[in-house]
Design a protein around this ligand. Structure first.
Ligand code: FPP
Length: 255
């Protein structure tokens, strides 16, 4: 019995079963990719080895999302708070987009993926921006999955910036106080051009938002996985999607 169970478990890591079907595939999936450091530590490796392994999961999950028709995949790759990590780790993380895109950009182009970034440009190294700008330019006419990296992103600052921009417009007489609404504030956020996430996944067993899209997640469905990000599988991703498909979204109303 144990052997059958073990074989089943091993198989499920390699080959996803229960492919999500139906038309209620979440349009926008956002992921807090957590647990790289702990994954590496468990194996006696440096934290950066965990980030490197996490890059492979980025590829795996991008393909899994594209295969089932997710329209936007936002990955929280670096927060405004992550600058406080040791310089060596920050430098390594800043090189990952470049490395990832060097290996994967051609396939992303072939798959009709659009690469985007949500976050502040200032503070990011020139080589990181150059890699992302190039990927964005080369994929801007694509019409498939939007692969959106949240990089140098923090939600409280984003909301404060939006409030300041609206206040400026009001002071300059461009708008009246009555024009300050949920919609006009959302239009000043870094995500003005993308819809709110339908599903948020966080890996590694942590149950918090870590300053990620606080405004945009107001009615998002949450799904938490105990798995560290480098070990997160296509099967895990599809399990999350299938659970999302079972949920009833009421947006505060009655079904
Ligand atoms: C959190 O895990 C993870 C990060 C701060 C970085 C996430 C980045 C990647 C997965 C690679 C991104 C790849 C591309 C292509 C941009 P942690 O280090 O905080 O884990 P811990 O909580 O176990 O220490």
């Amino acid at each position: 019995m144990f052997h059958i169970w073990k074989r089943k478990a091993e198989k499920s890591i390699l080959e996803p079963s229960g492919w999500p079907e139906g038309d209620n595939i979440p349009k926008h999936v956002a992921i807090i990719m957590d647990g790289n450091g702990r994954w590496a530590k468990k194996r006696g490796m440096p934290r950066i080895a965990g980030h490197h392994a996490g890059m492979k999961t980025v590829k795996r999950v991008t393909i899994a999302a594209d295969d089932i028709g997710v329209e936007i995949l936002t990955l929280y790759a670096f927060s405004t708070e992550n600058w406080t990590r040791p310089q060596e780790e920050v430098d390594f993380l800043m090189r990952l987009p470049q490395e990832f895109l060097k290996i994967e950009l051609n396939e992303l182009i072939e798959k009709n993926v659009q690469v985007r970034m949500t976050g502040w440009r200032e503070g990011l190294p020139a080589h990181t921006l150059q890699a992302l700008d190039e990927a964005e330019a080369k994929t801007k006419n694509n019409t498939g999955l939007i692969l959106n990296f949240a990089l140098n992103y923090g939600s409280r600052r984003e909301i404060a910036d939006a409030a300041r921009l609206l206040a400026e417009d009001a002071l300059n007489g461009k708008i009246s106080l009555g024009d300050i609404t949920e919609e006009s504030l959302a239009d000043k956020l870094l995500t003005a051009n993308i819809s709110d996430p339908d599903l948020l996944i966080r890996t590694s067993g942590e149950l918090r938002l870590s300053n990620f899209m606080l405004w945009q997640l107001a009615y998002t469905e949450f799904w938490f996985s105990p798995r560290f990000w480098p070990a997160f599988t296509k099967q895990d991703f599809y399990d999350a999607i299938r659970e999302y498909q079972q949920r009833t979204r009421r947006y505060g109303g009655l079904k």
